[in-house]
Design a protein around this ligand. Sequence first.
Ligand code: NAP
Length: 297
Amino acid sequence: MSVRINGRTKLAGVAGWPLDHTLSPAMHNAAYEDMGLDAVYVPLPVRNESELARLVSAVRVLPFLGFNVTMPFKRAVLELCDEVAAQARLAGAVNTVHCADGRLIGYNTDGRGLLQSLADEAGFNAEGKSVALVGAGGAAGAALVAFVVSRAARVAIVNRTKDRAEQLIEAIGPHARTTALAAVALDDAREDVSGADLVVNATPVGMNGSGEMPIPAGWLRRGQIVADMVYRPAVTPLLRAAAEAGAKGVGGLGMLVAQGAMAIDIWAGGDGARAPRDVMRAAADEALSAEREGAGA
Ligand code: NAP
């Protein structure tokens, strides 16, 4: 990558903690270079909400195009924005902030990123479909909003803590005119998972070689689509079980690339620019394989 920084170079970055393993700088800087966008994307490590607030004040006086927000601040940053897009407000989480004429506008591209990766990698369109969404945190909220907006027939929110699934339904349910919603405790979810057209893992279970499954393998069946938001490792235990059951697996890297590309489209799209998804995917793949080689894997 060759970044030529000059007096007019714009800034972008990702705020979160920890950021040691973020793939976003590799993906974004590769895209900016390909697009001829005079900008540089850097990690913005903030350890707590007080540091996040100070970062947001700094962003207001610096030449930022915008910034992404990752765990654990997607909810906290929402309150620091001047305006929040309807879908992000509904999800209760912002992952993309656009600096526009001195104002900070919050968006959430995670849900649309998931839909895009499902369309690209499995030809899946949620309209009229039944979904088992495992998890009830920020990523599940964003996914739920996306499924409601795309008129899924039914979404079962399956979570270890059923109360949190119920809270999501309380917040998003009033906007779900054509989507039936159900909160289901993880232990009781066999029928909801087996009966779904699409199963989505929106928990961190299976990350970093833990070998753990978010749901029992025996609940999956032939013909389903099974999406894992986890992308480290590339083939998670859930994706392996999906393949063994004859289901189609979709890994989390496509979602990561799509949510990042949509952020660039928001920041630079005024000029008709569209982020190069293929370049971003190649950069993310390369960063992941460098990481594996570094770990001696
Ligand atoms: P979060 O807000 O902390 O929510 C975590 C969810 O996972 C909660 O529902 C939690 O259940 C559940 N959970 C955690 N550990 C569990 C366990 N051992 N067994 C069962 N359930 C467990 O996190 P998030 O922001 O939603 O992120 C969830 C995952 O999605 C993370 O791995 C994140 O990296 C990934 N993600 C990927 C992308 C992408 O682009 N691919 C984008 C966003 C997020 P309780 O409510 O019971 O605690």
